[in-house]
Design a protein around this ligand. Structure first.
Ligand SMILES: Cc1cc2nc3c(=O)[nH]c(=O)nc-3n(C[C@H](O)[C@H](O)[C@H](O)COP(=O)(O)OP(=O)(O)OC[C@H]3O[C@@H](n4cnc5c(N)ncnc54)[C@H](O)[C@@H]3O)c2cc1C
Length: 383
């Protein structure tokens, strides 16, 4: 796709910073599983926290630019790219479902990096099936009392507030869910110890516990019983950001494989000169280019104002294909490294571990396929 001058500037700036300052930290962040505060400070310094959002918040209002930044960071460090995504998810939720007062209270802080957020729907008994959550927000004088427990809330350990899904409807119903902005110091709210993860290790994912936690009414996002749909609908617009992480990861894995194969020899010649290896590399490039095309098509559609089912399908196709591509390319790259692919001395196994996470988060790839096929069938039936 043809990029504008502004988009090229964003890509080139982030590419340079990624190579010079992010790449040298990537292995250490993964090995230590410690939150990379220095990378957060770097992204804040670069002013990237508002990139996809309207100009009034200091952003570019451009999803293609946001994808370019994530691709360049994800090419060298999954965790640093993830720092942008976890800042953008609560930003997008409040922008879509928040009142003017909520926007004033939270968005400038998220934009400047003075505030950090997290987003939580998943519970022990229900991940994909969000309607199966059991956390409940009971209306009381002055607000809501929240009771229940969540798991896998990424960034919660460092967040100033968490956007939490809870049911406001009658007991044992599946509907009527709202999101609530829960400040981290709310009495009755606690964050448990972080998961020891295979991938995405730099950002903590923790369980949350709510024991009669009181949240004022002005912290509810959207009208009671309707806020969930508003926020989830807006997430179709940000799905290219999730998808492009797959493109960046796959590109980074192929870069590493190319470097390695150019240096290593077998049977008296560089391994990169074997035809079978060259075809594997060509297949990687074909898949990455196809994924890139789908992702930037979806991002450009967001910028062009495409919405509804058309965007939902396009974004789901992009997420599925790009993250499946990341997994396939990372797996082949490990194979091409031989035993070095298994050794922690080399970076490639990190790409393999992080790629698997991408197929599971932000709606598993089976759930994306459900969205795609549901829309296909509905369209066929309406003809
Ligand atoms: C690193 C990481 C970070 C995360 N961060 C967050 C976060 O910040 N906030 C948050 O709320 N959650 C987070 N999650 C949780 C994530 O969103 C869920 O893991 C995901 O939605 C899947 O839910 P589950 O694990 O309960 O799997 P389940 O829903 O139990 O599914 C198990 C398997 O069955 C498949 N399946 C389920 N239903 C169907 C169906 N209808 N058709 C076909 N297949 C189906 C799934 O695709 C999956 O393969 C995170 C997870 C990980 C791994």
């Amino acid at each position: 796709m043809q990029l504008s001058d502004e988009q090229i500037q964003v890509r080139d700036l982030v590419r340079r910073v990624a190579a010079e300052r992010v790449a040298p930290r990537a292995a250490e962040i993964d090995a230590s599983a410690e939150y990379p505060q220095d990378m957060f400070d770097l992204l804040r310094e670069l002013g990237l926290f508002t990139l996809p959002f309207p100009e009034q918040y200091g952003g570019s209002g451009n999803m293609v630019s946001a994808c370019l930044a994530i691709e360049e960071l994800g090419r060298v460090c999954y965790n640093t790219a993830y720092l942008l995504v976890v800042q953008w998810v609560p930003f997008g939720a409040i922008l879509a479902g928040g009142t003017e007062e909520q926007k004033q209270r939270y968005l400038p802080g998220l934009a400047s990096g003075e505030l950090r957020g997290a987003f939580s729907t998943t519970e022990a008994q229900s991940g994909s099936d969000v309607a199966g959550i059991r956390t409940r927000a009971r209306r009381v004088d002055g607000g809501y009392r929240i009771n229940g427990a969540k798991i896998w809330c990424t960034n919660s350990a460092v967040a100033d507030f968490i956007i939490v899904a809870a049911k406001t409807g009658e007991e044992d119903t599946r509907g009527a869910i709202n999101f609530f902005i829960v400040p981290h110091d709310t009495p009755g709210f606690e964050i448990g110890p972080k998961e020891d993860k295979m991938g995405a290790r730099g950002l903590p994912s923790c369980p949350l516990f709510f024991d009669d936690a009181l949240v004022p009414e002005e912290n509810r996002l959207g009208p009671e019983g309707k806020g969930f749909a508003i926020v989830m609908d807006a997430f179709n617009q940000s799905r290219p950001i999730i998808a492009v992480r797959g493109v960046g990861l796959a590109q980074g894995a192929m870069d590493l494989a190319l470097d390695f194969l150019g240096q290593r020899e077998a049977f008296g010649q560089p391994i990169v000169d074997f035809q079978g290896v060259r075809w594997m590399l060509a297949d990687m490039a074909i898949q990455i280019e196809a994924a890139r095309g789908l992702v930037y098509k979806a991002a450009a559609a967001v910028d062009a104002g495409v919405r509804g089912k058309e965007l939902a399908s396009m974004a789901a196709i992009a997420k599925c294909h790009a993250t499946d591509t990341a997994m396939r390319v990372a797996e082949d790259a490990v194979q091409l490294f031989g035993a070095a692919g298994i050794s922690n001395e080399f970076p490639i196994n990190r790409y393999f571990r992080d790629a698997k996470v991408l197929q599971i988060v932000e709606g598993t790839n089976q759930i994306q396929r459900n969205i795609i096929s549901r829309n296909l069938i509905a369209e066929a039936r309406s003809r």
